[in-house]
Design a protein around this ligand. Structure first.
Ligand code: 5GP
Length: 115
């Protein structure tokens, strides 16, 4: 996988406001938050795009991503009123960093459709 800014955050070479860490997953606050709570949840392993995911091979990792999202939502106090999970993929999806990441957004009412 290509080196990204998230690789450096995983290796703790650049600072991030980390809210969750396990052997396989890291979660930290987005540097440019779009909601009162905006956290990026990323696998530590080399996956750039959702198109690289193998549902069977990566099932445990994907489950862990959702478990982390639910745990963090609870810790951040946004589980009761609801939140949004977003994964952008590729150019048209608006993905800027080619390292798979889930956005956890909450603390305000969201609109639909996205821009
Ligand atoms: P994408 O557009 O790829 O789905 O989302 C990338 C996200 O990473 C953006 O929301 C952007 O604000 C965030 N981001 C980019 N660089 C950094 C950084 O160095 N630190 C943190 N915490 N977030 C970053």
């Amino acid at each position: 996988m290509a080196e990204t800014i998230f690789s450096k955050i995983i290796r703790k070479e650049i600072p991030a406001d980390i809210v969750f860490e396990s052997d396989t997953i890291l979660a930290f606050r987005d540097i440019n938050p779009q909601a009162p709570v905006h956290i990026l949840i990323i696998p530590k392993q080399s996956i750039a795009y959702t198109t690289e995911i193998d549902g069977k091979k990566d099932a445990i990792l994907l489950g862990a991503l959702f478990d982390a999202a639910n745990q963090i939502a609870k810790e951040q106090g946004i589980d009761k009123n609801g939140f949004r999970l977003v994964i952008n993929c590729g150019d048209n999806g608006g993905q800027e960093v080619p390292h798979l990441h889930m956005h956890l957004l909450g603390g305000r009412k969201m609109k639909w459709p996205p821009g």
